[in-house]
Ligand binder design. Structure first.
Ligand SMILES: CC(C)(COP(=O)(O)OP(=O)(O)OC[C@H]1O[C@@H](n2cnc3c(N)ncnc32)[C@H](O)[C@@H]1OP(=O)(O)O)[C@@H](O)C(=O)NCCC(=O)NCCS
Length: 176
């Protein structure tokens, strides 16, 4: 039977190495020149296949992959918001595509899949944090209907960057 060229599905333990590859490629291309080099390399090494295998073993880990011709080229992780006034707020923790798969509508597909999974769990609003210096990501979340609602500093050694929170209230009614 022919399979869809582009699919979104829940990640499995077998995806750990490919998710680590996507993470590495996306982080290097996105954050070079933003996050200090040594910190960036440390994060990439830390988040290798073993880290992802552990993450995938955690029960209820919200992690989906976008596959192209069967191979993961993007992922989204999500769950209950880390900072929230109630348990009803969901958060997208990470949304990354391998560089050659960016700008073709796949990020939006992953975003909507994570949002739908959170709606199904009764999460009424959604937050995503992005570095302010990551202008492309900020434009993407703005385009999908997110409202800038807060900022917070993020420290990398002596360098302080700013994070911006994008919020979707009543997620069932936005970003379709
Ligand atoms: C950010 C990212 C997930 C977006 O995914 P993408 O597949 O490139 O974006 P899409 O093609 O799905 O774009 C969806 C919409 O956002 C718009 N958009 C995307 N990037 C944009 C940009 N830099 N500026 C303005 N609009 C942008 C698109 O035009 C599109 O609008 P439309 O629905 O009206 O056509 C992806 O580019 C990526 O992985 N980037 C590197 C990692 C990263 O920054 N992740 C986010 C960390 S918080």
């Amino acid at each position: 039977m022919a399979r869809e060229l582009v699919q979104i599905r829940e990640a499995t333990r077998n995806d750990a190495a490919e998710i680590a590859r996507v993470h590495e490629e996306a982080w290097r291309s996105t954050y070079q020149g933003i996050i200090p080099h040594l910190h960036l390399e440390k994060i990439i090494v830390h988040r290798g296949p073993a880290w992802w295998a552990r993450a995938l073993r955690r029960p209820g880990s919200g992690l989906m992959v976008l596959t192209f011709d069967g191979k993961p080229q993007g992922y989204v992780s999500f769950g209950a918001a880390r900072i929230a006034s109630s348990g009803k707020t969901g958060e997208i923790f990470e949304l990354y595509l391998a560089p050659t798969f960016q700008g073709m509508g796949f990020g939006k597909k992953l975003f909507l899949a994570a949002k739908a999974a959170m709606e199904a769990k009764g999460r009424k609003s959604l937050v995503v944090w992005a570095l302010a210096e990551n202008e492309a990501a900020c434009a993407f979340y703005g385009r999908l209907g997110g409202t800038r609602s807060a900022t917070a500093p993020e420290h990398y050694g002596h360098v302080t960057l700013n994070r911006v929170a994008f919020v979707w209230e009543r997620v069932g009614r936005t970003a379709r």
